[in-house]
Ligand binder design. Structure first.
Ligand SMILES: Cc1cc2nc3c(=O)[nH]c(=O)nc-3n(C[C@H](O)[C@H](O)[C@H](O)COP(=O)(O)O)c2cc1C
Length: 204
């Protein structure tokens, strides 16, 4: 196949961002906010029905406010969307937060909605897939599904705070985690704190 002419190549790297119905909608929102501020990434947003529910419940955000943070929003039922095909180049996909239901769907290659399909495409094209899974405690199905995604090349990235950075607010704590996730895609300047070590007092 002839490659597209240079003027039709994407100007910016594209990142698929999905928000599902696990608690922690703030992770998806901060991620989109940071990307919007960076301005160097084209974002493709997907939100599940349960994701819209948690966005409203946890953050009081309506659809239009969330959609305004992304460059393109796709319905999860739109299985014919650009991001449903591997021929549409992306830098990868992040699910922030990722419910156990969506994790299971991805782990078993169900492609039963556009979130699972886009993740399936990301894995088959050997692109970066990061799942910010959220549940506690885990049952064996959750653990097995996380193992399966890891074996397929995906990254399981539960949003666990790093207290050694001494975050002074909830927002700082969330941004630190989101920065670590974005750094995994190498689509912009490093966003997370680089550990400087404890110096002379580092022996336990
Ligand atoms: C307020 C609220 C919090 C929830 N938190 C979680 C959670 O942390 N992890 C999880 O796996 N499911 C959680 N759920 C349940 C999911 O929303 C539910 O399983 C849903 O079917 C997930 O669908 P989705 O993956 O398509 O978003 C929560 C539901 C609600 C209403």
């Amino acid at each position: 196949m002839t490659p597209p002419p240079p003027d039709q190549l994407p100007q910016k790297p594209r990142l698929v961002v999905a928000i599902t119905g696990a608690t922690g909608a703030i992770y998806g929102v901060r991620l989109l906010t940071l990307l919007r501020r960076l301005g160097s990434v084209e974002t493709h947003l997907l939100v599940s029905s349960a994701g819209w529910l948690t966005l409203r419940h946890e953050l009081g955000m309506e659809k239009s406010e969330v959609q305004a943070l992304a460059d393109v929003t796709h319905s999860v039922r739109e299985v014919g969307a650009t991001i449903a095909s591997g021929s549409f180049a992306t830098a990868g996909m992040v699910v922030a937060p990722c419910s156990m239901k969506t994790l299971a769907s991805i782990a078993h290659g169900l492609s039963d909605n556009l979130i699972a399909r886009a993740a399936d495409v990301t894995l088959k094209e050997r692109r970066r897939l990061v799942l910010m899974v959220r549940e506690t405690p885990f049952n064996l199905a959750h653990l097995r599904n996380m193992t399966a995604v890891t074996e397929m090349g995906g990254v399981i990235f539960p949003p666990l705070p790093a207290f050694y950075n001494r975050p002074e607010s909830l927002e700082a704590m969330v941004d630190d985690t989101v920065g670590r996730v974005l750094d995994m895609f190498g689509v912009g300047p490093a966003l997370s704190h680089s550990w400087a070590g404890l110096g002379k007092d580092s022996e336990a």
